[in-house]
Design a protein. Structure first.
Length: 216
């Protein structure tokens, strides 16, 4: 099923698609292969099988990727939560976790700083889920906004769940962090600003590149 909008595109899928957004200086055949690759990723099928997909599906993918990325910040959001079945080792649904997005950089603790810096230094796009995790604070519910902390044992699982966050929520938060980083301690500010500014530029160029494809 082809996502109809960015609400239906996860961070994980967006990160996989991201390398295919670079289409400058590509020939016609390369652009066709690129779109075939995008279709295979979105549908979860092989590159070869994507070649036989209907033209209508290719048009649906193009329509999605031509849609501007959202900019409205969502302060509170919930993500599905999973736990591991000790008998089968499979991940099973365990309700959901509600989070509050930290709009004040001063609210970030030392582990949050370190987590964000490590994620950005290694790969700001690939580790987008880790940055988002460190920018969010779990709260009991939308009706009970008191925050709490995860145990060390569950941090890995909760962070991994951010890969399933809709990019419609993730993208505005990531870009807004450019403003948050101005409040970070001076030792880290220059590095964070440079890295995040580069990420923002690349994400904006993504849209421009996709629009340019129409004229080729």
């Amino acid at each position: 099923m082809i996502p109809k909008n960015w609400d239906e595109v996860s961070v994980d899928l967006f990160v996989k698609l991201y390398p295919t957004f670079k289409n400058k200086d590509l020939g016609l055949n390369e652009i066709i292969e690129q779109k075939q690759l995008q279709l295979s990723m979105i549908k979860g099928i092989s590159f070869k099988d994507a070649e036989n997909c209907l033209e209508t599906e290719a048009k649906e993918v193009k329509k999605l990727l031509d849609t501007p990325l959202p900019t409205k910040i969502v302060k509170y959001f919930s993500l599905p939560r999973y736990k591991t079945n000790l008998e089968t080792g499979e991940k099973v649904s365990d309700g959901k976790t509600t989070y509050r997005f930290n709009i004040d950089a001063n609210e970030l603790n030392s582990s949050g700083y370190v987590g964000i810096m490590n994620a950005i230094k290694e790969d700001p796009i690939k580790n987008l889920h880790a940055t988002l995790f460190n920018l969010a604070t779990p709260v009991y519910s939308l009706w009970r906004l008191k925050s709490y902390e995860f145990s060390n044992a569950e941090v890995g699982d909760r962070m991994e769940e951010f890969k399933q966050m809709p990019i419609s929520i993730a993208y505005p938060i990531a870009v807004f962090f450019l403003n948050l980083s101005k409040a970070l301690i001076p030792v880290t500010e220059d590095y964070l600003m440079e890295s995040l500014r580069k990420m923002e530029k690349e994400l904006i160029e993504t849209k421009a590149d996709l629009l340019d494809t129409d004229g080729q």
